[in-house]
Design a protein around this ligand. Structure first.
Ligand code: NDP
Length: 280
């Protein structure tokens, strides 16, 4: 359906935002649901973030997904926030309601959605998370909510890892970046929440021989879908999951919040996104 003047409007903001696949995901659902709606990218600089977001809310926009570098600012701007968004300290979803702007964090649900097919026995999981940025915060919070108790965090900037642990997982072991290969020993859930592996960046290279069979490797990155981290984990025979399902998993509750209906079940959505990535 071509959006008319009566279209429901929502969008995604970040700086930059041109790389975002969220408009592609939402477009597929909007088309499948046959609703009069528009989901647009809004490039907003940090200095203009508050004024533009408030302006979009006043203009009748339903809400925004939020990505780097605005996730903390989004939480601060909102009048109300969910418990998980407050606990993580960042929001990737703002909904504009008659009573004000509400912040939530759907990266938590997105991560668990992506892990679901791997049937991880969370009570037995020995997790090692690389990274200590916003994505790592949401993923660590997610792991806590499903009962993972044995958690190690390895980040280049160790002070940042210590701060994250203090805020979210006080019992976590903090591993210096130089010891990342040794840290793999005995770990059965390995998570890349760094930006290493993104197109044009260095890869996260690890000694996968130290990881036992039956373990699961998850990479938050989806551009490219096949990172060196995942290729090496697969070569070791591990279950390797890319960031595309997390993207879909975090978008699903956002669609529901914006358009007040469930996201249509599109069994081929992942295939469509892979085709899109190949073509661009
Ligand atoms: P942040 O900028 O907050 O954090 C970046 C992380 O990467 C930090 O831990 C940083 O370490 C680490 N890092 C960056 N460069 C290097 C390097 N050269 N060597 C070692 N470590 C490095 O980003 P986010 O946490 O928001 O995002 C992280 C990744 O997760 C991104 O690639 C993003 O695309 C992805 N993501 C995917 C989602 C999905 O739906 N699939 C959702 C959200 C994020 P340090 O602290 O030392 O700087």
């Amino acid at each position: 359906m071509i959006p008319t003047g009566a279209a429901l409007v929502a969008g995604v903001t970040g700086d930059p935002i041109a790389h975002s696949l969220s408009p592609v995901v939402m477009r597929h659902w909007i088309d499948a649901a046959e609703i009069n709606a528009l989901y647009a990218p809004f490039p907003i600089s940090a200095e203009n973030f508050d004024s533009v977001v408030r302006g979009l809310a006043r203009a009748g926009c339903r809400g925004l997904n939020v990505t780097l570098p605005h996730k903390e600012a989004a939480l601060e701007l909102a009048q109300t926030a969910s418990g998980p968004a407050r606990a993580v300290g960042a929001a990737n979803l703002l909904t504009f309601t008659p009573s004000g702007i509400h912040a939530d964090n759907t990266d938590i649900a997105g991560f668990l959605y992506a892990l679901a097919p791997a049937n991880v026995e969370f009570s037995q999981a020995r997790a090692l998370v690389f990274g200590a940025g916003g994505a790592a915060r949401a993923m660590l919070y997610a792991l806590l909510t499903v009962g993972v108790t044995d958690i190690a965090i390895c980040n280049r900037n160790i002070t940042r890892a210590q701060g994250l642990a203090r805020d979210i997982v006080p019992a976590a072991r903090i591993i210096p970046w130089e010891a990342r290969d040794d840290a793999l020993q005995g770990r059965n859930l390995i998570v890349n929440a760094t930006s290493l592996g993104l197109a044009g960046r260095d890869d996260l290279m690890l000694d996968w021989q130290r990881v036992g069979p039956g373990s699961v490797a998850f990479d938050s990155i989806y551009t490219p879908v096949k990172t060196r981290f995942l290729v090496d984990a697969r070569a070791r025979g591990l279950t390797a999951i890319d960031g595309l399902d997390m993207l879909i998993g975090q978008a699903r509750p956002s669609f529901e919040a914006f358009f007040k209906r469930p996201a249509p079940a599109l069994t081929d959505l992942r295939t469509r996104l892979l085709k899109h990535l190949e073509a661009h």
